[in-house]
Design a protein around this ligand. Structure first.
Ligand code: DAK
Length: 258
């Protein structure tokens, strides 16, 4: 358990639970919350006993209702670009490239920066009351934390264009059929479902998972050949203790202990 002002960070059974905890503002992301999330994710990545993260919002109304509008109301052009760059680096890219897999448990509104946060996670699931959208253009801005790129990668260009230009919200069932979330369920089932997925992840080799994440992400990066990264990372596996343990366990007909 760690002490933060805007988030809760707990872990049990190799799973870190990161909860954005500003329910009075529908868990909107202010700069301090972004910094705390960055610190928690870095902590989780460096702690070998943590093998998966579940990210969710406090209470039952919102995952994250966007960036804190009060805070970004007065930015200048330069500040806007700098903050987009810094925010993407310290949180959204950090999360996407983190070797420890993350599951976004979307428990309510996931709007703007909130949906962008969920999209930076490796896996997304939603509860039936969830509403997802990128309303930025209704405020006169565009998604600035990777939303124009990650949404198009997840749901395709046409649906991304519709969501971004209409600024509308979609419900969990559409989000699932569009590929934005993998599953949806009742609110009560949401964290248990995330835990079921996490329990499958944490049985596997963390170092192999980290390499696989790297290879998958490489395919979405401009100028990088994902197949080349895969070959290299595949080779790297043969130097790992976990590879020896995984194959020995299979040959000895026992469960691997990573
Ligand atoms: N920021 C700050 N406060 C927020 C907020 C937000 N995004 N969303 C909600 N709240 C606050 C409300 O102001 C209200 O506070 P009080 O008035 O009670 O003090 C409280 O949370 C409860 O909200 P409502 O009273 O509005 O609740 P309703 O059930 O009536 O409506 C709602 C729920 C989710 C439909 C509504 O709250 C809403 O439309 N919220 C705003 C959604 C939104 O537009 N989010 C921002 C998207 S744009 C950047 C990069 C990226 C971005 C920004 C900057 N840089 C690189 C600098 C991203 C921008 C976005 O995320």
């Amino acid at each position: 358990k760690m002490d933060y002002k805007n988030i809760l960070f707990e872990y049990k059974n190799a799973i870190a639970y990161i909860t954005i905890n500003r329910s009075k503002q529908l868990n909107a992301l202010n700069a301090e919350t972004i910094a705390e999330l960055s610190s928690a994710i870095t902590l989780a990545e460096n702690d070998k006993s943590i093998k998966c993260m579940i990210i969710t919002g406090a209470e039952d109304k919102a995952f994250v209702a966007g960036a804190d509008i009060k805070e970004f109301a007065n930015y200048s052009k330069k500040e806007g670009e700098n903050l987009a760059r810094k925010g993407q680096e310290i949180l959204f890219d950090l999360l996407e490239n983190c070797g420890t897999p993350s599951i976004a448990a979307i428990n309510g509104f996931a709007l703007g920066g909130g949906l962008e946060l969920a999209m930076a996670c490796h896996i997304r699931i939603a509860s039936e009351n969830a509403k997802m959208g990128l309303p930025e253009v209704s405020l006169g801005v565009i998604p600035g934390y990777g939303g124009t790129q990650r949404l198009a990668n997840l749901v395709g260009k046409g649906k991304a264009m519709e969501m971004i230009t209409t600024a509308g919200m979609i419900l969990a069932a559409d989000a699932k059929s569009w590929g934005l979330v993998n599953y949806f369920c009742t609110q009560e089932e949401l964290i248990p479902l995330a835990e079921t997925i996490a329990s499958k992840i944490i049985r596997n080799s963390p170092s192999a998972i980290a390499k696989a994440i790297k290879a998958v992400n490489a395919g979405f990066e401009e100028g990088i050949n994902g197949f080349e990264v895969e070959k290299k990372e595949f080779g790297n596996c043969f130097e790992s203790e976990e590879f020896k343990e995984g194959t020995n366990a299979f040959l000895e007909k026992r469960k691997a202990n990573f």
